[in-house]
Design a protein around this ligand. Structure first.
Ligand SMILES: [Zn+2]
Length: 411
């Protein structure tokens, strides 16, 4: 079976995670996805198939070599983003010959080269698109499809020599809870890759360092008729606070390795107000400098209006996995070599976000991320390239082969 054929099956299941869902998984559709995959993995002959009570799905492929080699893991997530609709996805295969793609004739929805110039790179290839009213869910069902297609190849062809390979599919990655119940011991990998990136050939092992700042503002509310020199409006304190942060360092003004402050949520009244910021930077020291800037802005508000008017609470969210992965440079070298062997050109892309791999890296499992041959994640114009998905499968097979000569990790 081809990886894209698997993807076309998986996208039929609406498996969006739900920020408000309390359990693991956060939504019942993720169970449906997990049960479908569990059945497929058993039928395929994978060993150690286990769907646990938190909806984490694990499996293994035994080694077919005599020597003891590192256990290699591949990870993908089963939930899709709740940011766009995922019910009744009408995915279809398009022979793309360049130019704009008409996604829906009735609704006149078009994916335009002027918006996505990289589309033209896919001329001559087959793409999987939606009708423009839902997301596709290639993030990360393309990754799942590629991992299972790799598994199928390894099981079918004993001439491909590899150590033990382990697989994990997780729930709730899109709402930042994909590693909450990850059982690293059961998984048992020495090294792993998440298959959850964009274009084929992409390799990422740098993500943001992230923290959030919740700032509370306390005003002094009195009758507006007698407010002169007495009233302090908490909402205006919040605005003043916001104006002290550098405008050039907002997400809409940054790219590459530039960090930012995002005012994510705010609200309030005369009496009290709040702002919630997220702070991001690839460089840990620069993130700390941003946290200091939040503290400094609060100090200035309090100097002007009295102690306790602005109170920030800063929480660290996740850290840049480069700190961990850079200790194992062969992980990146092997991935690059595998992309080349599959006929691609590897490129290193810093992630402007976090990944489950970042959390796993700090939990003790170094875990870079690989491209899945898909684009425009979380949106209605999401698409995957069926032909490049095959190249990702070849890449994964080559990585599996390469780890046959890597020893177990010293802990
Ligand atoms: Zn993803």
């Amino acid at each position: 079976m081809k990886a894209y054929e698997r993807l076309l099956q998986y996208v039929r299941i609406a498996s969006a995670s739900d920020e408000k869902g309390a359990g693991s998984p956060s939504a019942p559709g993720i169970w449906d996805m997990a049960r479908l995959l569990e059945r497929e993995m058993r039928e395929m002959g994978l060993s150690e198939v286990c769907l646990d009570e938190h909806c984490y799905l694990y499996a293994a492929i035994p080694a077919n070599i005599e020597t003891e080699a590192a256990v290699l893991g591949f990870i993908a997530h089963m939930d899709v983003s709740p940011a766009s609709p995922c019910e009744d996805i009408r995915a279809r295969l398009v022979d793309y010959d360049g130019g704009d793609i008409l996604l829906s004739e009735d609704k006149n929805i078009v994916m335009r080269v002027s918006d996505f110039p990289f589309l033209e790179d896919y001329a001559g290839k087959r793409l999987i698109v939606t009708d423009g009213t839902t997301l596709l869910g290639a993030d990360d069902k393309a990754g799942i499809a590629e991992i299972l297609t790799m598994a199928e190849r390894l099981l079918a062809d004993d001439s491909i020599k590899h150590g033990k390979i382990v697989i994990a599919f997780t729930p709730d990655e899109e709402i930042g809870r994909g590693t909450e119940h990850f059982d690293l011991k059961r998984f048992g990998a020495d090294f792993a890759y998440t298959v959850d990136g964009g274009r084929f050939g992409e390799i990422s092992y740098e993500n943001f360092n992230a923290s959030s700042a919740q700032v509370s503002f306390t005003g002094r509310s009195v009758h507006p008729g007698t407010a002169k020199n007495v009233l302090i409006n908490a909402q205006l304190l919040a605005m003043e606070f916001f104006s002290m942060l550098p405008a050039a360092e907002r997400p809409e003004n940054t790219e590459g390795r530039e960090g930012f402050f995002l005012l994510d949520e705010s609200g309030g009244s005369v009496e009290s107000a709040f702002q919630r910021y997220i702070l991001r930077d690839h460089d840990a020291r620069r993130l700390r400098a941003r946290e200091d800037m939040i503290g400094e802005a609060a100090r200035r508000i309090n100097e002007r209006y009295g102690e306790g008017r602005a109170e920030p609470v800063i929480t660290q969210t996740y850290r840049n996995m480069a700190e961990v992965v850079e200790k194992y440079p062969f992980m990146i070298d092997i991935a690059k070599e595998a992309v080349r062997a599959a006929g691609g050109e590897p490129f290193i892309a810093p992630i402007r976000g976090g990944t489950d791999g970042a959390n796993l890296s700090f939990m003790g499992l170094p875990c870079p991320n690989l491209g899945t041959a898909s684009h425009n994640h979380h949106g209605r114009l999401e698409f995957a390239c069926a032909d490049d998905m095959e190249l990702v499968v070849v890449t994964l097979v080559k990585i599996a082969e390469a780890y046959a000569s890597i020893g177990k990790r010293q802990r």
